[in-house]
Write a protein that binds this ligand. Sequence first.
Ligand SMILES: *Cc1c(COP(=O)(O)O)cnc(C)c1O
Length: 404
Amino acid sequence: MSVNYFKKYPDHEGFYDQFGGAFLPPQLETEMKKITEAYYSISKSHNFISELRSIRKHYQGRPTPVYFCNRLSEKYGGRIYMKREDLNHTGAHKLNHCMGEALLAKYLGKKKLIAETGAGQHGVALATAAAYFGLECEIHMGEVDIIKEHPNVVRMKILGAKVVPVSHGLKTLKEAVDSAFLAYLEDPENSIYCIGSVVGPHPFPMLVREFQRVVGIEAREQFLEMTGELPDNVVACVGGGSNAMGIFSAFLEDEETRLYGVEPGGRSMNLGDHAATMTLGTPGIIHGFKCYLLQDEKGEPSPVYSCASGLDYPGVGPEHSMLKDLGRVKYDVVSDEETIDAFYELSRLEGIIPALESSHAVAYALKLARQNHQQSILVNLSGRGDKDIDFVLEKYGLPEQRQQ
Ligand SMILES: *Cc1c(COP(=O)(O)O)cnc(C)c1O
């Protein structure tokens, strides 16, 4: 990893070696170029940077702490630390890039933010940002997800967003993406499309990474201050890969720090039962960019499953795809069962109820701790688990019930 890493990747066409790019109809291509140019000029300006800094401090409550898990470390060995993104406003890391995207929209004179959402987490974070800036917000969501994720639909409406039901095809995330892109194309002058992770066509993977880098910059400094050294291991869960890119980005050049991206192994490793894109996928194109992809023989994205709805995406960020091939990050899986165990361990030993997405990273950290008693492990705790409590109780029960 050279010092020029962030200048080198992505290249001017949005490629991270063979991955990324923008595979789009001509009209969208023009719009993406405009957003790219605007990003380069606006986001480096003094006003933009100081406004974003102020928002992070006074509205989001940053910096979020790094916390040493005393009881967890005692039980599993090793020294386990959490970067507490669950304490970021709205309870997850997603607001970091939503506030950045919305601030960019404001500087561009846009009136409306448009996005899709699956489980509703991105929709809620974007609706929050829209309320803050006084912008309109339109969230496209499959009808199946609208029923499944009722509390998040209510949250978006309370925050003033318009939720657009999508009723074609399977009525889930993929159709919602198509619908949101069409709505954006109807009025690209006044609206902007805001993606929810380090995925999609260039410039989004770069833009979202840049807005999430604050997590890694803070964490590295805090860890050094607390311990006088760098962590031996950094662990994050990977759906699209935004929270992982956020924390990894600060450690790419620290070759002694090992980086682990954790994917959902779901119910089994049979196709359709997991979302282990890095472990079992092959290069392909989805939503306008190239990445590792779980696909069928025709190259169509295959169905995916995880107990954590924020992780069930058949693709993954292009930068992660490259980091896998470069060997800089090791990608591995944990199962739903291991995830639920970790969810309860962190709740009962530390008083922190983690999101099921983040519980994947915790589960992997516990495995590492068992194997390496002398080492330190820094986990990106991407979000809190309030949203998951009903599902966990209903589907898995309490630990004492599970053991019977
Ligand atoms: C959405 C979400 C994720 C997955 O998204 P990434 O882009 O992979 O970070 C992880 N954790 C939480 C809490 C989420 O809401």
